[in-house]
Design a protein around this ligand. Structure first.
Ligand SMILES: C[S@@+](CC[C@H](N)C(=O)[O-])C[C@H]1O[C@@H](n2cnc3c(N)ncnc32)[C@H](O)[C@@H]1O
Length: 334
């Protein structure tokens, strides 16, 4: 880890600054400890900080980590099988995915669950010395393979071990973030997506992809065969887990419809609308007054009379009610 990265990394628990690195050698920290203002401590070993949080992972994440650590050596045998299965060229798929991020040569990019770095190659080749990739992975064994694969780009990349649902960065730090292939099994998908929206700046792009068959294919022979072989293909696209900051959301099913890609731009807070446009109709009012201005129920008879009266005056119900109630209340409060 470069000593200067201490200014960029934040505590994944409380997002506060790291105060100190214990045991650093010049500009490169090989081993040591990062401690934040609130005394959360993370180790650095063989030059890689380990931000994994919670320290005791949820059982599904613990199991994933164990599995990937075991699989790392042999992963080359399996990695291309999904692409071959769906007659796709892996490099083309990854190139098209990366292009969706609209990276500039100076972009700051985050890849989570980056595996053995096969996707990261397509990111780093787009960057110059002003750009940077922060590459995170839960499995140390996979991370080591990525470091090896990407060694020619080492000046553009900072590596860390982390659970992608607890990110070790400040709000709004990145221009974009990407993940492919693992989110279905994360224990806290909603939290992970919210974290991505937190660390990517407004206007930045987030791209997420994983197995998840198009709903129209689920009951076809194709769907049944593929879900039988790999149950993850039967997963639903996690639309309802997207953060409220997601804008211009696009979904695409790739690889014959067996994998989804969700792409969105990060907005600020909830979407906004012009709630206060007067709506010229019998109901009348505005979006705002229709929702916030509701009163207790009245009898049918009163409602009919009210409609007659507002019609006679040529008013929308909302305006008529507002006027009548206001006058009645003012009179009674005299
Ligand atoms: C199928 S691999 C895909 C790797 C890579 N993204 C790619 O496109 O080849 C899924 C990766 O997600 C990682 N992963 C699983 N759960 C994670 C979590 N909670 N946080 C971060 N990474 C995780 C795994 O360790 C594994 O490397």
């Amino acid at each position: 880890m470069k000593l200067s990265d201490i200014n960029i990394y934040k505590c994944p628990v409380c997002h506060s600054d790291f105060l100190r690195v214990k045991t650093s050698q010049n500009d490169i920290v090989k081993t040591g400890e990062l401690t934040c203002i609130n005394k959360h401590t993370f180790s650095i070993s063989k030059g890689i900080p380990d931000f994994t949080w919670p320290k005791e992972l949820a059982s599904v994440d613990k199991e994933t980590k164990r599995l990937y650590d075991k699989l790392a050596k042999e992963y080359e045998k399996f990695a291309n099988i999904p692409f071959q299965t769906f007659f796709a060229n892996e490099e083309d798929v990854r190139e098209k995915m990366t292009a969706k991020l609209n990276l500039q040569s100076n972009s700051k990019v985050l890849e989570i669950g980056g595996g053995d770095g096969r996707g990261a190659q397509h990111i780093v080749k787009r960057l110059n010395s002003e750009g940077h990739l922060f590459f995170q992975e839960l499995s140390p064994a996979f991370l080591n393979r990525a470091i090896d694969r990407l060694k020619e780009y080492k000046n553009f990349i900072s590596y860390s071990i982390a659970n992608a649902s607890y990110l070790s960065f400040n709000d709004n730090y990145f221009d974009s973030a990407i993940h492919f292939g693992g989110i279905n099994t994360f224990s806290e998908v909603k939290r992970c997506l919210k974290e991505l929206a937190r660390v990517v700046k407004p206007g930045g792009k987030i791209l997420i992809g994983d197995e998840g068959i198009g709903p129209w294919l689920r009951n076809t022979e194709f769907g049944k065969i593929m879900i039988n072989s790999n149950p993850l293909i039967g997963y639903n696209v996690p639309f309802e887990l997207l953060p409220l900051e997601a804008r211009d959301v696009k979904v695409e099913w790739i690889m014959m419809g067996a994998f989804f890609l969700i792409e969105f731009t990060v907005g600020e807070g909830e979407p906004k609308a012009n709630y206060h446009i007067p709506i010229p109709s019998e109901r009348g009012g505005t979006h705002w007054s229709r929702y916030h201005g509701q009163l207790e129920g009245i009898t049918d008879e009163t409602k009919k009379l009210a409609h007659k009266a507002r019609k006679k005056l040529g008013k929308g119900m909302s305006e008529w009610l507002d006027d009548v109630i206001k006058r009645a209340a003012q009179n009674q409060l005299k």
